[in-house]
Design a protein around this ligand. Structure first.
Ligand SMILES: [Zn+2]
Length: 424
């Protein structure tokens, strides 16, 4: 999710209750949670930090204030939140599905890989790129943060399937097949035009084969239900949903139905919980906020929220800044109520009851809209371990949720890769 407009990405005054409930907790439980959290290898499988890195003026080594900087991830906060590893997404919004559109998207994607490369070179004393769990453990031993890469949206690949190998060689270990609209690979869960292929396109079927061959995880977050079932049917190895939730807990097209969760578990895959408040819990919108946003959109000639990003890209830098400031003013005046860690753990509870402990993990979508009242950025991740413990999850369970399950899938996908040439 990248639609900063529909989510409290920029600021949120409702977030000042930073886990004050902890004060009432049993001290021993908090101490135990801290110990478990420190010891567990913790992974978040989806963050859009590269969007900030690409803009060039973001310092990932600085302890940025989430309420003023529009940033949820940096190395100091990862350390404070006990987060060992994170997947940075090379994200491209869906653009024109033309040869020119694909060419532009490819160039942009390569530019994002380059920006990440520059950042990692500059900050080599604090973080390093990993492409396997083993590399991650090695990096972790040195005290550095572990950075993994994924590609969000297969759009930049266009029709050139050899691009997948290029993404893989640059370090990407998963690709989300589409974003919020259909692309040439598959149907999306949120395209207002509805289904186009009833699942994967013929190109999409080839993409699944090639990703299996390369040992690149297939990410079904954002895809339509029919695409999901096509992928499960075709993939020879387990799949992932890098940032999704349970539809039974929050009825949103981005979340997975119980039947899909069962199919994912049968496939051996893993669903990583998204912390985008709107996907965690439906909280009624404030009419005043809605009216203020509507007036702002009318003023800037934006048709609806969905077209906000497209409309913004046509504005001058100055106007974009003005629009962001107006959005922040609205947020200040009518703060958004956010879902909580407890609401999010309700998703985990549901999924664990339905498909067992081995198929869930964490993928917050920080820097892409993810934010909860009491887990507003990576620095507050320990609040989840506290809640897991409070609900009776064992140390072993917690370790599985924080990374064990995901690494199991990552290893299986790597192991399942073949040397056969799937495509000419
Ligand atoms: Zn997303």
């Amino acid at each position: 999710m990248k639609n900063w407009f529909s989510t409290p990405l920029l600021t949120c005054l409702a977030t000042t209750t930073f886990f004050s409930v902890s004060a009432q907790d049993d001290k021993a439980l908090l101490k135990k949670a801290h110990k478990i959290h420190e010891k567990a290898f913790t992974i978040d499988t989806h963050a859009d930090t590269p969007m900030l890195l690409s803009r060039g003026n973001f310092d990932v080594t600085k302890d940025n204030d989430p309420r003023t900087s529009n940033s949820k991830v940096d190395y100091p906060r990862m350390r404070r939140g006990g987060l060992d590893a994170i997947f940075w997404a090379v994200y491209l919004g869906q653009g024109p599905r033309t040869p020119e559109g694909h060419e532009t998207a490819k160039k942009k994607a390569m530019g994002i890989f380059d920006a990440i490369d520059v950042t990692l070179k500059k900050t080599a004393s604090e973080a390093a790129l990993a492409t396997t769990p083993e590399e991650a453990y090695q990096i972790n031993k040195t005290g550095k943060r572990v950075i993994f890469l994924g590609v969000e949206n297969g759009y930049p690949m266009g029709h050139d399937i050899t691009l997948l190998k290029q993404f893989y060689d640059k370090g990407a270990r998963y690709m989300t097949l589409c974003h919020s609209s259909n692309n040439d690979i598959c149907d999306s869960s949120t395209d207002p035009k509805g289904a186009e292929y009833q699942g994967l396109s013929p190109l999409g079927e080839q993409v699944v084969g090639e990703m299996n061959r390369l040992g690149m995880m297939i990410d079904v977050s954002h895809v339509s239900d029919s695409t999901f079932y096509d992928v499960v049917r075709l993939s020879k190895v387990p799949i992932i949903a890098s940032h999704s939730g349970a539809k039974a807990i929050c009825d949103h097209p981005r979340n997975l139905t119980d039947d899909m969760l069962k199919a994912l578990a049968k496939n051996g895959g893993v669903v990583q919980l998204n912390l985008l408040s709107d996907y965690v819990k439906t909280i009624p919108a404030s009419p005043e906020r809605e009216a203020a946003q509507k007036a702002m959109m009318e003023k800037w000639g934006v048709k609806d929220r969905r077209s906000m990003m497209g409309a913004m890209s046509k504005l001058s830098e100055d106007d974009q800044k003005k629009l962001r400031e107006e959005f922040m003013d609205i947020n200040k005046k009518y703060p958004v109520q956010l879902a909580t860690v407890k609401d999010a753990v309700d998703h985990i509870d549901h999924m664990v009851k339905l498909i067992g402990i081995d198929h869930v993990g964490m993928g917050a979508d920080f820097d892409g809209g993810g934010a909860l009242a009491d887990c507003f950025d990576v620095s507050q991740y320990e609040n989840f371990t506290v809640e897991f413990l409070r609900r009776g999850y064992s140390k072993k369970d917690i370790e599985k949720i924080w990374g064990g399950n995901f690494f199991r899938v990552m290893k299986a996908v790597e192991k399942g890769k073949t040397t056969e040439i799937a495509l000419k």
